[in-house]
Design a protein around this ligand. Structure first.
Ligand SMILES: [Zn+2]
Length: 197
């Protein structure tokens, strides 16, 4: 059962600089991917001190000697957590010519909306709407429990953040009042239950 969208931000490539080492794009990728993994959506700070990595959408093993320009092509780089980078590894199937480069085993996070294929289920895990989503889950191992834990943690963090910045203040005050009145409410409930109300 879907309880939330898989992703709530958009990914836009804004970097126009050219670097000779693809790792130099890390700051730009982090910014353009909103500090989240392009594949599983986990937040950088959630797995800190573990660092994020630069993934090649068309893997290095596939383009080596054919399209070496893809090594430092910003468009071929995806900001990735180490789990997704490792799971994705060298998996490749697609077209690789001078003009075209596709990897049909995956969905490029900045080109197609993952929300069309994936969602969050009631356990915080990642669910699929279709075959594309099922394949993504299998190939990126998105069925791992860490994804549910991470989501729950990020939800809590979001609530705390919103409580601190004031946007949740009224709700928290109401909750607090309810909590203080908990016993009274419970007694009233028991009474009403007895009276079949
Ligand atoms: Zn990931």
């Amino acid at each position: 059962m879907k309880v939330a969208e898989f992703r709530t931000h958009s990914i836009n490539r804004t970097c126009t600089k050219k670097y000779k080492n693809y790792k130099s794009y890390d700051m730009a990728l982090s910014k353009d991917f909103s500090k989240r993994c392009g594949y599983c959506n986990i937040k950088e700070s959630t797995i800190a001190p573990v660092s994020f990595q630069v993934d090649h959408f068309i893997p290095q093993k596939a383009f080596k000697g054919v399209r070496d320009d893809l090594l430092c092509d910003y468009d071929n780089l995806v900001w990735s957590c180490p789990k997704c980078n490792r799971a994705k590894s060298n998996q490749f199937d697609g077209i690789l010519t001078k003009k075209q480069a596709t990897n049909t085993l995956f969905i490029k996070p900045d080109e197609e909306d993952y929300n069309k294929h994936l969602y969050r289920n009631e356990m915080g895990g990642i669910g699929a709407y279709d075959k594309v989503g099922i394949d993504l889950i299998a190939r990126l191992k998105l069925f791992r429990i860490i994804h549910a834990y991470a989501w729950a943690y990020e939800q809590l963090e979001d609530i705390i953040q919103r409580a601190n910045d004031g946007s949740l203040k009224i709700k928290l005050e109401q909750l607090n009042k309810l909590y203080q009145n908990k016993d009274r409410i419970k007694n009233a409930l028991n009474e009403a239950y007895k009276l079949n109300k």
